[in-house]
Each structure stands twice: as structure tokens, then as C-alpha cells.
Design a protein around this ligand. Structure first.
Ligand code: AP5
Ligand code: MG
Length: 219
């Protein structure tokens, strides 16, 4: 089965995804990373996507459908979805497309108070090479501007400006919260207090994954 990591911007989806991937045999789908890679290509579509992302708005469902279809055609194992689905139509589409490959089995909902989120986002830095996420205040790299995991250089995202980050929070409240309710009705949601240390949160998630029948690769 497949799992979904859901939560507002800055709740720690990317951070926890990396930890899960180190222990379990999942394929990772990050909607935001995929779109940022598209932007890097510099095509006219990439330029349109860059504009939408820098404003904190969502790209079209049609573009996301194409991205998900391409991804699933190329990747066959169980997937962790980070940043998808973000609206009800996306949730319905995901359930349909996963119907013959295990469906959505668990939705991990990271809950973090709004005032903590904006602080986290303004101090986040990410590795250019491997995508590991750091925070200059809560989770700093050992050497300034250098990734602990691979030695790559660290950067800040374009949608971290306060106006864009606030817009992303509004979009989450309006469009993504209904997705959580949709999965709650199906009894798939596992709520996690995301306002604890990264290690404590991961321990809770790991235990839940093991309870759900996933085996850590190192075990
Ligand atoms: P996306 O890249 O998915 O951004 P997001 O959902 O806004 O979430 P973030 O990546 O900002 O936060 P996160 O939850 O991953 O937190 P992180 O681990 O980095 O999407 C970006 C944009 O792409 C969207 O705005 C939209 O335009 C577009 N898009 C994406 N998906 C789409 C879709 N499906 N449809 C349409 N458009 C789409 O952690 C944040 C910081 O906090 C880090 O510095 C980290 O070190 C720190 N931190 C993490 N956990 C803790 C902790 N427990 N304690 C202290 N600090 C912590
Ligand atoms: Mg992320």
C-alpha cells in the first residue's frame, strides 16, 4: 500500500519523508520537488509554474495529473506522497489511479500551530544535491551552507517570502484541510503532533508504519 504525508507548509513533510526513506523501502514522490525541477528546466511551462509557485498558489490539477501519471508509469513499488493530494479532486484522482496498486493505506497528518510554521519556513535551508532539509535555528547543518548528508551546497526556496508563505497557509486551510476530512471519513488518518522534536515525531511515525505491516529495511 501507499502512504500520504499531509500537513501545512513547514510542518515537516519533507523532513520526515527523508527519515522514512532511510529506514523503509518506499519510492518518494514530492510534488514540490518535481515542480521545482520543472522550473529548473527553464521551458515556457517551467516559467509559468515558477510564477504560480512564487505567489504561493497551486498549479493546475491537469498538470499534476500528468506528473502523477508519468511518475507512476516509471515507478512500480509502494510510494510516499508528499504534497499530493492538496485538493479534493486530487484526492479522488489519487484513489482512482492507485486502485490497482494497493490504494492509499495511511495518511500521516502532521499538525503544527500556524505561528510556528512561518518561523520554520523563514529559516529553512535545503541541499541542492540530495534535498535534505535543515533549519538554521532548530536543525542547523554542522558546517555553514554545507549538507551534512552529501556535502552539497544549501539554498533557500523562492516561495519563502512572507507574502508567499502566508498565501500557502491560506491555500492549505481552504483547499487541503478538506482532503484530511475526506481521508478521515475513510479512517485512514493518523494525526501526529508535529510540534515536537524531529526525532520524537519520527519515532511515532516509525512505530505506526511497523504496526501497519511495513518492515524497516535494516531490521
Ligand atoms: P511544497 O514544496 O510541497 O511545499 P509545502 O507544502 O508548502 O511544504 P514545505 O515543503 O514548505 O514544508 P514541509 O512540510 O515539507 O516542511 P519541511 O520538512 O521542509 O509545495 C510548494 C508549492 O508547489 C506549492 O505552494 C504549490 O505552488 C506547488 N504544489 C505542490 N504540490 C502541488 C499540488 N499537489 N497541486 C498544485 N500545486 C502544488 O520543514 C520546514 C522547516 O522546519 C525546515 O527548516 C525543517 O528543518 C524544520 N523542521 C521540520 N520539522 C521540525 C521540527 N519537528 N522541529 C523544528 N523544526 C523542524
Ligand atoms: Mg516539503
Amino acid at each position: 500500500m501507499n502512504i500520504v504525508l499531509i500537513g501545512p507548509p513547514g510542518s515537516g513533510k519533507g523532513t520526515q519523508a527523508k527519515k522514512i526513506l532511510a529506514d523503509f523501502d518506499f519510492i518518494y514522490f514530492s510534488a514540490g520537488d518535481t515542480l521545482r525541477n520543472l522550473v529548473k528546466e527553464g521551458s515556457s511551462l517551467g516559467r509559468k509554474v515558477a510564477k504560480i509557485m512564487s505567489q504561493g498558489k497551486l498549479v493546475s490539477d491537469q498538470l499534476m495529473i500528468k506528473i502523477i501519471e508519468d511518475f507512476l508509469a516509471k515507478n512500480k513499488g509502494p510510494v510516499i506522497f508528499d504534497g499530493y493530494p492538496r485538493g479534493l479532486d486530487q484526492a479522488i484522482f489519487l484513489e482512482e489511479i492507485l486502485a490497482d496498486r494497493g490504494g492509499v493505506g495511511l495518511v500521516i497528518n502532521l499538525q503544527v500551530p500556524q505561528e510556528v510554521l512561518l518561523d520554520r519556513l523563514s529559516s529553512r535551508v535545503i541541499c541542492q544535491s540530495c534535498g535534505t532539509v535543515f533549519n538554521l535555528i532548530t536543525n542547523p547543518p554542522q558546517k555553514e551552507s554545507i549538507c551534512d548528508a552529501c556535502g552539497g551546497s544549501l539554498y533557500q526556496r523562492d516561495d519563502e517570502k512572507p507574502e508567499a508563505a502566508k498565501k500557502r497557509l491560506i491555500v492549505f486551510n481552504e483547499q487541503t484541510k478538506p482532503v484530511i476530512d475526506f481521508f478521515k471519513r475513510k479512517e485512514l488518518v493518523f494525526n501526529v503532533d508535529g510540534n515536537q522534536s524531529i526525532g520524537v515525531i519520527y519515532k511515532i511515525i516509525k512505530e505506526r508504519l511497523v504496526e501497519s505491516g511495513f518492515t524497516p529495511v535494516s531490521a
